[in-house]
Design a protein. Structure first.
Lengths: 310, 451
């Protein structure tokens, strides 16, 4: 049917037909992108300059952006919470992933079992895991504090003390670093053992081998995880929503993350235009950070065979 | 160049063809618009429905709620089936959607112009939703006689700033202090002797049991269960105490409010922060209920707590007393809320939706729901002889309902709680002293009004 249609439209060469078929094959994706990504993005950008409540649009110029920076007391609080969380979460999860991957790259007894155990949490997603962690972080009977008590440490009230709520979420994310670990592990497996043998012959210590061989060779994966980690950290939402019970960001606003405030503005206060403006500010921040990391990669990311040109 | 243009044309044609698959079946463009603010598509569907009605076809209606538990869903489903059996024009289907999703889905439906037909929602927010143009007015369908069947304060909560009625109360709740009768007997406390807050703390400390430094039984903690700082502020002030009811000026750091917060923090200090943290974590994880397990002797909770206790601790010997008075003669005011049934804006046949709402909020149905679920009705025509009130706990809770106020935050200051609550919580958690916490919250509220 398409063949006839294409001929009728005057596409006669093979190359032209191939192009036309190419468009047919990408069409579902193209339609999806237009309808569900580009379209809503344009709409959200336009309504970020309006008083929009999902029922009516009234343009107010830069009012939403001015309110965000000058009048909204919760805006900076939520931004601060998100930045503090990201600063704790990104390095710890990245370093943790590398360390676990390196440990699981050794030839030890029960290696496959350990790898499976470390990877399992990353396939357990959703609200269930948050409730599981609420039990594990229980101040008196939770597993975390029971273990800490066994080694003589009085564990904190993880989810009720505002000073400990963000570290609690970082601990939870450390548990789920299997996804990152898998990527590192895949790369580690492809590093030829000759490099390490040669280094050993030259008298390099274990740390030197790690620092001079392993790290440079897995740096593209570190770079990838860092970018994904930055984007993910700034999008933290569910943890704040579920651990605070009612979406308020309690205790004492310590779990009021940026996206939780966006959600509250959009769906509780129906100030959707303002929420859209907040989204665009977040987009700008994440974009700037990503560009900085991207620019910095020339200094620390090692690509083999001259991949470093771009 | 020509080739490229034809390929682009081809791509555009395919996109259009793909979109045409998503469009309505054509009646949308031909149906006559019957006015109102409803979108063309929904008006058209409304037209179809009316036509269906005229042809004697059954109109399908969706009723959205979040009640999915074993205790509630079968009763609601039975109620809906009874309605379907009682008439032949409409057929209602109950759709339960989790609490965390239902409201966002509902607003998305309303924005898209194709919402469900009947929606359960919170009573406190009806006025706000009405001002945001999310609900259909029911003025055209509700008679004065029907309105008179409900307590005035609840009808008032369902009335928008424009004076129109936007919802019908479906169930209401109140708060009370649940007490463990066995503990009271053991220590020799008469529940009726708890009249003021001082009596309450005195009784609580008598009920405490300690093993070394650890409390194995805690008499009472004001913030646990389902009573926040608001509950005690409302009780002490005889209504919402965070702002002036007339001028809407912030009154967060009044002497009364400072005394209330100091009292709350005092009780937590008595038991120690660790005890509070442990019990608080137990309530939020939902795995253990310290009152049901006998670790706490008294707990402030809503009237709906009885149905949860029936499931979690069927053998618990408990009773209820009203929230005591701040000082003698101050009144047993308590905050309560409730749920309503409403017709989302743009629903295809509001008259049909209201027909179901009328049935669900009628005396007979409300009696059926009260007996089987334990919820209180907002209807004023229930006498003491109603089947539901034969249960002594229900009778006691009904007394608490008399002192219940439903706090409706005026639309002008909507959102102020988001700003002040974290600062007040710093006081209850002991991060700053309680007076400073309230001063900070007062300042934040004032700044909020400027913004």
């Amino acid at each position: 049917m398409f063949s006839k249609l294409i001929t009728a439209l005057g596409v006669k060469t093979n190359r032209g037909r191939e192009t036309a078929y190419g468009y047919v094959f990408v069409l579902p994706w193209l339609v999806g992108l237009l309808c569900f990504t580009i379209g809503p993005m344009i709409f959200s950008f336009i309504t970020s300059f309006a008083d929009y409540n999902m029922r009516s649009v009234e343009f107010t110029g830069l009012n939403n952006y001015i309110k965000m920076f000058t009048r909204d007391q919760l805006f900076w609080k939520s931004f601060y919470n998100t930045v503090i969380y990201s600063v704790m979460n990104i390095p710890l999860v990245t370093i943790g992933g590398v360390i676990v991957a390196v440990l699981l790259n050794k030839t030890i007894f029960g290696l496959r079992t350990f790898r499976t155990i470390y990877y399992l949490p990353s396939i357990m997603v959703g609200v269930g895991t948050y409730f599981l962690w609420m039990l594990m972080l229980d101040p008196s009977n939770g597993l975390v504090n029971v273990i800490l008590k066994a080694i003589g440490i009085q564990g904190p009230a993880w989810l009720t003390d505002p000073a400990w709520t963000k570290p609690a979420i970082v601990v939870m994310h450390l548990w789920g670093l299997g996804g990152q670990m898998l990527l590192y592990l895949a790369r580690l497996q492809s590093i030829p053992s000759d490099y390490y043998e040669a280094a050993s012959l030259d008298g390099a210590s274990a740390f030197q081998k790690f620092y001079k061989i392993t790290v440079p060779l897995i740096s593209p994966i570190i770079f990838y995880n860092l970018v994904i980690g930055i984007i993910g950290s700034f999008q933290v939402f569910q943890e704040g929503y579920i651990f605070s019970g009612n979406g308020s960001g309690s205790p004492a606003g310590s779990l009021l993350f940026y996206n939780l405030l966006v959600w509250n503005n959009a769906f509780k206060n129906f100030d959707t235009g303002y929420a859209n403006a907040m989204c665009w500010f977040l987009f700008a921040v994440v974009m700037i950070l990503t560009v900085i990391v991207q620019k910095s990669q020339k200094k620390w990311v090692y690509y083999e065979e001259g991949d470093n040109d771009d | 160049m020509k080739k490229r243009a034809s390929v682009l044309f081809l791509a555009a044609a395919m996109v259009l063809a793909a979109f045409s698959g998503c469009s309505d079946n054509g009646t949308a463009s031909t149906a006559a618009s019957t006015g109102g603010t409803a979108s063309t598509a929904s008006t058209a569907e409304g037209g179809e429905e009316s036509q269906a009605e005229e042809n004697g076809e059954v109109v399908e209606l969706e009723f959205w709620g979040w009640w999915s538990s074993e205790a509630r869903k079968p009763v609601i489903t039975e109620m809906v089936e009874n309605y379907n059996a009682s008439q032949s024009k409409y057929h209602v289907t109950y759709v339960d959607i989790p609490w965390g999703d239902i409201f966002t889905k509902n607003i998305a439906q309303i924005a898209a112009g194709n919402p469900c037909d009947v929606m359960a929602n919170s009573m406190e927010e009806v006025r706000f939703r009405a001002s945001e143009d999310q609900v259909e007015s029911l003025d055209a369908y509700v008679t004065d006689e029907e309105k008179a069947g409900f307590y005035e304060q609840y009808i008032d909560a369902c009335t928008g700033d424009d004076g129109s009625l936007y919802a019908i109360p479906y169930s209401v709740d109140t708060r009370a202090i649940y007490y463990n009768k066995d503990h009271f007997e053991e220590v020799g406390i008469d529940p009726e002797s708890i009249v003021t807050w001082d009596d309450l703390t005195e009784a609580a400390y008598k009920l405490d049991v300690k093993d070394g430094d650890t409390y194995t039984r805690v008499g009472f903690m004001p913030l646990l269960g389902n009573g926040g700082v608001d509950t005690w502020i409302i009780n002490a002030n005889g209504g919402d105490g965070w702002y002036d009811q007339e001028t809407l000026e912030p009154t967060v750091n009044t002497d009364t409010n400072k005394a209330v917060l100091k009292w709350i923090r005092g009780v937590i200090d008595h038991y120690g922060q660790n005890t509070y943290d442990t019990l608080s974590a137990a309530f939020s994880s939902g795995m253990t209920d310290p009152f049901a397990s006998g670790t706490m002797s008294m707990l402030v909770h809503t009237s709906a707590y009885t149905s949860s206790l029936t499931q979690t601790a069927p053998d618990l010997n408990y009773g209820v007393i009203p929230l005591p008075e701040y000082t003698e003669g101050n009144g047993n005011t308590v905050n309560g809320g409730g749920f309503v049934l409403e017709v989302p804006k743009g629903a295809k046949d509001p008259a049909a939706s209201y027909d179901f709402i009328r049935y669900a909020t009628s005396y007979e149905t409300q009696d059926f729901l009260a007996v089987n679920i334990g919820d209180f009705s907002a209807r004023s025509d229930f006498g003491d002889d109603a089947e539901f009130f034969q249960n002594p706990i229900s009778q006691d809770l009904a007394k608490c309902l008399e002192g219940t106020v439903t706090v409706i935050i005026p639309n002008e200051i909507k959102g102020y709680t988001d700003v002040i609550n974290p600062l007040i919580e710093e006081g209850t958690l002991g991060i700053v002293d309680t007076d400073t916490a309230l001063d900070n919250a007062q300042k934040a509220f004032e700044d909020f009004l400027l913004g």
